[in-house]
Design a protein around this ligand. Sequence first.
Ligand SMILES: NC(=O)c1ccc[n+]([C@@H]2O[C@H](COP(=O)([O-])OP(=O)(O)OC[C@H]3O[C@@H](n4cnc5c(N)ncnc54)[C@H](O)[C@@H]3O)[C@@H](O)[C@H]2O)c1
Ligand SMILES: N[C@H](CO)Cc1c[nH]c[nH+]1
Ligand SMILES: [Zn+2]
Length: 431
Amino acid sequence: MQYVQYPPKQYWERLLERPSANNEFVNTVVSDILQRVKDGGDQALISLTQEIEGRIVAAITLPGSDWRFASEQISSSLKAAIDQAIKNIRCFHSAQMEPVKKIETMTGVFCWRKSLPMKRVGLYIPGGTAPLFSTLLMLAIPAQIAGCKGIYVCTPTDKNGRVHPAILYAAQQTGVTEIFTIGGAQAIGALAFGTETIPKVDKIFGPGNQYVTQAKQLVSATGVAIDMPAGPSEVAIIADEFCNPDFVAADLLSQAEHGIDSQVVLVSDSQRVIEKIQQSLNVQLAKISRNEIAIAALENSKAILVNNLEEGMELLNAYAPEHLIIACRGYESLADKVQNAGSVFLGNYAAESVGDYASGTNHTLPTNGFAKAFSGVSVDSFLKKTTFQYLTETGLRNIAPIVTEMALAEGLDAHANAIQVRIKQLNDEIN
Ligand SMILES: NC(=O)c1ccc[n+]([C@@H]2O[C@H](COP(=O)([O-])OP(=O)(O)OC[C@H]3O[C@@H](n4cnc5c(N)ncnc54)[C@H](O)[C@@H]3O)[C@@H](O)[C@H]2O)c1
Ligand SMILES: N[C@H](CO)Cc1c[nH]c[nH+]1
Ligand SMILES: [Zn+2]
């Protein structure tokens, strides 16, 4: 991690740049992949997978026989853990469903909003370096609660064409309609344009590496909706003397191990705390299996000494991390200062991993500074909010002069007429 002391404000933007920012190369590669999928459909998916991953696709749609044996291939303790995670994620997300509220804005004028599920949604489940079955839970559970009928999953398989049985078990428990054995930007193209086998969906969800994330951003300009840019994982931690340096180091590594383009940021008002965390980081790094990935990610990462915690929070709001851990004595008051972050973890016991797997919150979150404008995935992400209105005769009479006045002022006579023709009819009925 690069150690930076008291950086002046004018350097924050440069200092906090993401490793993947402005990658023209990725953009060119992905544009070409998307065009090939658009033109070539299934055959392009098969060729691209062979070229990029060196993998032969035996069947784009995962055969039923693979699904059936999934639950026998994972341990009962893993099944129990997944089952409990499902309960917690369902519990948190079900509470997001809003009852319909009818509002009478003027006497006789009734307005309400109803949530309608998207019909067909595409979920991308990363599988390049780790089979993220937890991501399947994070996407399929809110889709199911929202009432989506077609839940289509794309995920890369291993070299033998196998989807990890935990992904299949998670899919069985959460109402997934179909799984397609395609990953990367080509999977995003297939869900966006449709192929002979993969249906075109209304919205594409899910995290992924730079190729996947760039593909989502490019297809979003072609008419398919996307959840958000959820790219390489990030965590920022603000820590003071109250923190446990071993816990902080462990949390930094938990995100650094995701990918070489992950980034972790440590901010503290104490040089001593930073040193202790660095020492612990080196000890723990030697013990994790994905230490080569973590080492590469730590090269993109920073430890920043600030003048005080308020300044640290200001810097982190400018960074807008995917995850923010506040491991400081005053975590409650510092939490009030959060303006830009995907998901926040407070105190010494809220390890970021609990949100990744099982506390109940969603782990599909905006990265790369997009937390300034985007929220993480929720049930709302799978719903459209359609408004309705109904007017009684009295309601129409009450609102008629207002609408007429405004329509005429805009020079839109036909709008005014749509009101006046009704008022005339009501008056004629009375006379
Ligand atoms: N932001 C979030 O909410 C969130 C959640 C979970 C995971 N993540 C991130 O998701 C990512 C998962 O990445 P991954 O790589 O393990 O899996 P992935 O499934 O996203 O990507 C693997 C695919 O990338 C494609 N690919 C790889 N190299 C390529 C190349 N040179 N050219 C074209 N295509 C190429 C391949 O087709 C492969 O199937 C990690 O960066 C992780 O941090 C983010
Ligand atoms: N930390 C990731 C989001 O950036 C989610 C995840 C899945 N599995 C483990 N972690
Ligand atoms: Zn994680």
